[in-house]
Design a protein. Sequence first.
Lengths: 279, 319
Amino acid sequence: MSRRRVRVGLFSALAIVIALLWVFPVYWMVNSAFLPTAILQSFIPTFFPVRGTLSNFTGALADGTFLSALGMSVGITLTAVFFCIIFAFLAAVAISRFRFRGRKSFVIAVLIVQMLPAEGLFIAQYKMVSSVGLLNSVIGVSIIYIAAVVPFTIWMLKGFVAGIPADLEEAAMVDGLSRFQAFMRITFPLLAPGLVASGVYAFLQAWNEFTVALVLLPAESAHTLPLWLRGFVQASATRETDWGQVMAASTLVAVPVIIFFLIVQGRLTSGLVAGAVKG
Amino acid sequence: MSAESTVAVSTTARAPKSRSPKTRPTRSRTPQLLLIPAILILVLGMGYPLVWQIITSMQEYGLPQQFGQPAPFVWFDNFVTLATDPQLWAVVARSLAFCVITAFLTLGIGTALALLMTAVTKTARLILQVSLLLAWSMPVVAAMTVWIWLFDRRRGVVNYLLDMIPGVEMNRFDWLSTPLTFFIVASIIVIWMSVPFVAFSVYAGLTQVSEEVMEAAQLDGATGIQRLRFIILPLIRPVIAIVLLLQLIWDLRVFTQITMLQDAGSKSGDFDVLGTYIFKLGTSAQDFGMASAVSIFVLALTIAISWFYIRSLLKEDEA
C-alpha cells in the first residue's frame, strides 16, 4: 500500500509541475502586462510583478484605436449571436421535434458545412462581400459569422431540445393549450440553459475570429480586437516593441473570454462525457 | 472558424443524449418554415461563395478580371498548373507534415495527461485541470502575442532559460528565421493550445471505464501496462479516433498562428502553409482563379478527412 502512495505522490508532483508549465504563458501575459517598460527592457526577465504598474494598460488604451476595435467587436459579436441563436433555435426545433421530408438532407448539409474551413472559402467570401460594397462593415462580417456558427449551434441546440421530453408538451396540450402555446410555456423555459450555452459558444467564436475578419475588414478603422492586437505584433517587425503594452492589450482581450469560458466550462465538460464515449 | 479552442469545446459539448424522439411524420409545413432562416443564411454565407469558388477555379481570374474584364473559362487549366507547380507541392507537403506531426504529438501528450489525471490526488488533478482550462480558454490571437514574446530573440524567456543550461548558446537565437525552427515553434504553440481539449476528452472517456473491469483485471494479475494496452486503450478507442480526426482537420487549416508568426518573422514562401498560400495568392497576387483552385483542393481534403466524423455524428442523429 505504501508503495502505491509513493507512486501517487510522485505522479501528483509531476502533474503539478506540468500544470505550472502549461499555465506559464497565461501567467507571463499578465505578469508582463503589469511590469514597467524599464524592467521589461532588461535582458534578464523578471518573474514577478513586484513593482507593478498600470501604465501599460493606460498606454494601450490611450490610443483611440482600442475603443474603435472594441466597438466593432461588440457590434459584430452581438449581431452574430442574436441572429445565430434565433435561426439555430428554429432549425433545432424543426429537426428534433418533427420528422419530415428533407430532414436528413438538411442534417447532412449542416454537418458538412460545419466542417468547411474559413481558410478554404475566404477568397470567395471576400469577393461576394466586396461586390456589394460591404467590406469594412458590421453586416458583411456578421453574415459570414452567422453562417459559419449556425451549423454547430443547431447541432448543439438539437441535443437540448431533444433532451426535453415531448410528453411534457403533450400533457399541456391535453390540458387545452395549443401546440405552440405548450411549446412556449413548457419547453422554452427549460431550454434556457441550452440557449445560454449556445449563445456563449457563438460569442466565443465571433469574438475570437481572425481569418474572416482579416479578409473582410481591411481598413484599420474597421478592425476588430483580434486584428487590433495583431497590429502590435506587426509593428514589432519594424520597430522596438513595447511588450508591456502588447501584453496589457492581450490581457484586455483575453479576460472576458476566459471568464465566459470558465462559466460554461462545467456544462461543456459534462457534455464531453455524454458525447465523447459513444462510438 | 479559426478559434480552435472554442470549436474544440463545442464540438464535444453535445447536450444530454437525445432519447428516441417522440415525433411522428408530419404533413404540416411547420418544420420547413422553421428551417427557412437557417437555410437562407447558409446559402448566402457559405453556399453562394462555395459555388462561386467552384466556377472561378475553372476560370482565368486575375487582375484584368478584377477590373471588369470577362473571365474566360479554362476548365481544369488552373488545376493542371497547380499540379505541375513544385512550389505548391512544397506547401502541400509542409502542411501535411506539420498537420500529421502536430496532431499525433497533441494526441500523445493529451492522452498521457489524461492518464496522469487518473493517477494523482484530487488536489493535483484539480490544479492540472484549472491550468489546462486557462490555456484552453485563451483567445488564439492573445496566445500568439504571448508566445511570440516568449520566443523573442533578445528578451524572450525561452532563450534566457535555454541559455542558462551549461554548454547551450541560445542567446539571441532567432527561432523564426529558418523554416525548421519556425515550424517547431508553431507546432509547440498549436500543441499547447490543443492538448487541453484532448486531455479532457480522453479523461472523460477514461472515467467511463468501469471500476469492476479494472479490479477484475488486477485480480487476474494484469500489470499496469497490460491493463492500459488491453483494457483501457481498446475501451477509449472511439474517443481517441474522433479526437485525432478533429486534430488533423484543425491542424491542416492553421492560419492565424502561421500568419502571426510570419508577422513577427519572415513572410517568405518557405514559411507558407496552405491557408497562408491561398491568402497570398488572393490578396498579393490577386489571382482569384488559382486561389480558388487551391481552396477547392483544401475543401476536398477536409471533407475527405472529416467524412468519418460526419458519419459518426449522423449515426448519433439516427440513434
